[in-house]
Design a protein around this ligand. Structure first.
Ligand code: SF4
Length: 337
């Protein structure tokens, strides 16, 4: 049966019009699905019984409960879901003071094979539809607490742009979840030209997974660099973000002896000149089958100081949920086996 979840208010209104239901049924459905977060049609009590019966004949809400949840000592929770296509995906709930962030997946697996990434090691298993993306937000126990959403889980969101944009539309719409786009961040390795389309169609924040300012060195850890060169990406960001006052952040996983030297600092300063941005340094944590090592505390602190002294806002991201297989892709890889 077709899913209601994932349809925008406009699509739900069209669906009502096609069945000769009152047009406002579309808005009512959107409010029940996204604002009241109900998971069954019977609970939609302001819709007449006769129409609810017709809806139930043709549609499901599309909600599905997580298969399992793991809880870290620091409060981080890792949820595992199964999609309609029998793929496994993960979402991470990360509480931090007043901020409650949900990290969502946009694909089952990933086709880009970054050398440090467990999801990349799985290969690509399928796209998520808009319902699969939103179900992660709606079906976790802490759904009503979520203040921020990051598209930073499994997959490359710009490689599934249509459903990702539709999910953002629903998250931010007045008849949907009414979130501010400033509280939503899409993390990407920087696919061209999808990033241009994203910047045009959305005012959400964007985080670029950079990991090295040198194209040849980045290509060794992010193979997509060859088809989507950093130089062109930065040029595009320089032109578009300046127009829209959008602050961009760069995610930078620090690997011991690979990407944190003075030479890297100098090139980062040159590359990012004129872009209003921040660099988030992330300590690499050892992962099975991945031949890269974590930096020492001194390495990462020194790198931050060097960048700050050169005028680049830099933070070190605190590692969360390390006791529950926090690296994205580990839980689902084990489930698939
Ligand atoms: S880092 Fe992102 S783009 Fe690279 S393999 Fe992992 S999920 Fe895919």
């Amino acid at each position: 049966m077709e899913k209601l979840l994932g349809k925008t208010t406009e699509q739900l209104t069209e669906l009502a019009a096609a069945r000769k239901w009152p047009l406002y049924t579309g808005k009512q459905l959107a409010e029940w699905l996204y604002r009241h977060k109900v998971d069954n049609v019977a609970a939609m009590t302001n819709i007449p019984l006769k129409i609810r019966a017709e809806i139930e004949k043709e549609f499901t809400t599309g909600r599905s409960q997580p298969l399992s949840v793991m809880k870290s000592l620091d409060g981080t929770k890792k949820y595992l879901f199964r999609t309609d296509g029998s793929n496994y995906i993960e979402s991470a709930y990360i509480p931090e003071g007043q901020r409650h962030t949900l990290c969502v997946s946009s694909q089952a697996g990933c086709r880009f094979g970054c050398s440090f990434c467990m999801t990349g090691k799985q290969g690509f298993h399928g796209q998520l539809d808009t319902a699969d993306i939103l179900n992660q937000v709606l079906s976790i126990e802490e759904s009503s607490l979520i203040t921020n959403i990051v598209y930073m889980g499994m997959g490359e969101p710009l490689d599934n742009l249509g459903p990702v944009l539709d999910s953002i539309k629903i998250l931010t719409s007045d008849t949907g979840m009414q979130m501010s786009p400033r509280r939503i961040t899409l993390s990407t390795i920087g696919l061209l030209p999808q990033i241009e389309e994203f910047l045009e169609k959305s005012s959400c924040r964007i985080a670029i997974s950079l990991h090295s300012p040198f194209e040849d060195e980045r290509a060794k850890i992010v193979p997509a660099e060859r088809a989507h060169p950093t130089g062109r990406l930065i040029e595009l960001l320089r032109n578009t973000s300046a127009d829209r006052q959008r602050r961009v952040s760069f995610e930078y996983i620090v690997f011991k002896g690979v990407n944190h030297s003075k030479r890297h600092v100098k090139e980062l300063v040159r590359l990012l000149k004129g872009i209003r941005c921040r660099i988030n340094l992330i300590r690499f944590h050892p992962l099975p089958g991945i031949d890269l090592s974590p930096p020492t505390n001194e390495d990462i602190l020194q790198f931050r100081e060097d960048l700050e002294q050169n005028g680049i806002n830099t933070t070190i991201r605190r590692s969360r949920g390390m006791d529950i297989e926090a690296a994205c892709g580990m839980l689902s890889a084990r489930q698939m086996k």
